[in-house]
Design a protein around this ligand. Structure first.
Ligand code: AHR
Length: 523
């Protein structure tokens, strides 16, 4: 493998991992030979890699999903009709709630019972706004059912007790006549809800309590002990882990918690600059921030690998999964917006970020059991933005929608014979990223990202062991690197059909510059 001459050594490790995983050498022309080894199927790509995260933050829940029954915005029982319809299309497998940082100061009893009698609290993490608790346990779990999704509850370790956490799980899942179960019934829900995932705290190294991993590991053991639910409805329990390149949280948890832990969370946010003080803008950014954002997002490949290596050592049987339960882009606050609401525009760049992450997640599907983008509506790398009664689907939404066939598909290895690079300044990234899988109905799906904002890329793919009869596809691209949808122009960035040619047991297509493409091949 050739390392570019003007390569910045700080970035060596991450790019090495990326190129090595792609099996790539480098060439100068952009006709890329891709072999898709359908005769060597791998692991299942869990649908949970396409999860969402919705926190009580800014206009994520209130206005974004919940407007209340008395709103002029069309709604059903308080949920926005437009947003619910759009979310259904994404076949969302799992939603994490109520935080984030909010989770560790959320007391679930505030959010049950008649809405007009619920206490008003202050959301100290996010803008200091009043939290009416109008959206609580029933409202969230009913949302999950409306969407045909599954619940991932984040419990309060930082400012809550083991008893409070245990009783929340009991409230949601008890099928007996305990006072807690009867309380749920008196609040209008007879049947227990299904709770497949329960997180024990969030970012306990920071907003969740500023703990050390050693201290939290003991707390995890204690809290998890009391998390009980009826057989058949016992959630997988997820410990709060580290972030970025860190492995010490995974290491301490994996070595000191030897039972009652199904997963360890990890968080990684993509910042164009890599610096929290000045992150970079969501629109109107230079090409240098296009490439740095794509480069930075691909570092997750190496971060996952590092944590997987730790788990392989302590858990060779593979019982404990990694849960990347917060990922996505994080930009500087938009001018004239409340900075604590984390509202940001979403451009074609975000769609490429999403697709690059999906391609990476697929390669880690053995150990990566879940990933949740931050966050669903109006917050960070949102799939939907709203303004009063208006709603737009973001480029990230379209990337999620295009990749839905990958949910619960079977991983197929892909290999580029040689790989070109897109280079700007001291950063180099591979020109194209690819992934492939076979679906339950026997189709072959191929996801392709062309990172180069200037040049299209010719692809010729050999389909080993797949008798292709027909192929079709859609691509997401636009004129500008920061192209985005607005409430005035909601269809600026939308997927379009793309020509795919079947020839000689393979397929050929031209990937537009700066694009995300998904091809479906039928046998
Ligand atoms: O997603 C926004 C915040 O980022 C979450 O509340 C927190 O967990 C993380 O730091």
């Amino acid at each position: 493998m050739r390392i570019p001459l003007n390569f910045n050594r700080r970035f060596l490790t991450a790019v090495t991992v990326i190129l090595a995983t792609l099996g790539a050498g480098t060439v100068s022309a952009k006709t890329l030979e891709l072999s898709i080894q359908a005769d060597e199927p791998g692991t299942q790509i869990s649908r949970y890699l396409y999860g969402q995260f919705a926190e009580h933050l800014g206009r994520g829940i209130y206005e974004g999903i919940w407007v209340g029954e008395d709103s002029d915005i069309p709604n059903t029982n308080g949920y926005r009709d437009d947003v619910i319809a759009a979310l259904k299309e994404l076949q969302i497998p799992v939603i994490r709630w109520p935080g984030g940082c909010f989770a560790d100061e959320y007391h679930w009893r505030d959010g049950i019972g008649p809405r007009d009698q619920r206490p008003v609290r202050v959301n100290t993490h996010w803008g200091g706004v009043e939290e009416t608790n109008a959206f609580g346990t029933h409202e969230f779990l009913n949302l999950v059912e409306m969407l045909g999704s599954e619940a991932y509850i984040a419990g309060n370790v930082g400012s809550g007790t083991p008893q409070e956490m245990a009783e929340w799980l009991e409230y949601m899942t008890a099928d007996n006549n305990s006072t807690t179960a009867q309380l749920r019934r008196s609040n209008g829900r007879d049947k227990p809800w299904n709770i497949p995932f329960f997180g024990v705290g969030n970012e306990t190294w920071g907003c969740g309590g500023n703990m050390r991993p050693e201290y939290y590991s003991d707390l995890y053991r204690r809290y998890a002990t009391f998390l009980k639910a009826p057989e058949g409805n016992r959630p997988k329990k997820v410990a709060s882990g580290g972030y970025n390149e860190q492995t010490n949280w995974t290491q301490v948890l994996a070595s000191t918690v030897n039972s009652n832990m199904d997963g360890i969370s990890h968080h990684y946010y993509t910042l164009p600059s890599g610096e929290w003080e000045v992150k970079g803008k969501s629109t109107g950014f230079p090409e240098g921030e296009w490439i740095s954002t794509l480069f930075n997002t691909m570092k997750i490949d190496g971060f996952l690998a590092l944590n997987e290596a730790v788990l392989d050592e302590y858990d060779p049987e593979g019982n404990v999964g990694l849960y990347l339960d917060e990922w996505g882009t994080w930009y500087d606050p938009e001018p004239d917006r409340e900075p604590g609401f984390l509202y940001q525009q979403n451009t074609l760049r975000d769609a490429l970020v999403a697709a690059l992450n999906f391609n990476i997640f697929h390669r880690h599907a053995d150990r990566l059991h879940m990933a949740n983008i931050a966050q669903t509506v109006n917050v960070l790398q949102a799939v939907i933005l709203t303004e009063d009664e208006k709603m737009i689907l973001t480029p990230t939404y379209h990337a999620f929608e295009m990749y839905t066939p990958f949910q619960d598909s079977t991983f197929i290895p892909v290999d580029f014979e040689e790989m070109t690079e897109y280079v700007l300044g001291d950063i180099a990234v591979p020109t194209v990223s690819a992934t492939a899988a076979t679906t339950a109905s026997g189709d072959l799906v191929i996801g392709l990202v062309n990172l180069d904002p200037h040049e299209s890329a010719s692809i010729h793919a050999n389909l080993q062991g797949f008798p292709a009869q027909s192929a079709s596809g859609r691509t997401l691209t636009a004129g500008a690197i920061d192209a985005h949808n607005t409430f005035e122009e909601p269809a600026e960035v939308e997927p379009q059909g793309i020509e795919v040619e079947l020839k000689g047991g393979g397929l050929a297509l031209e990937l537009p510059a700066k694009s995300v493409t998904v091809i479906t091949v039928k046998r």
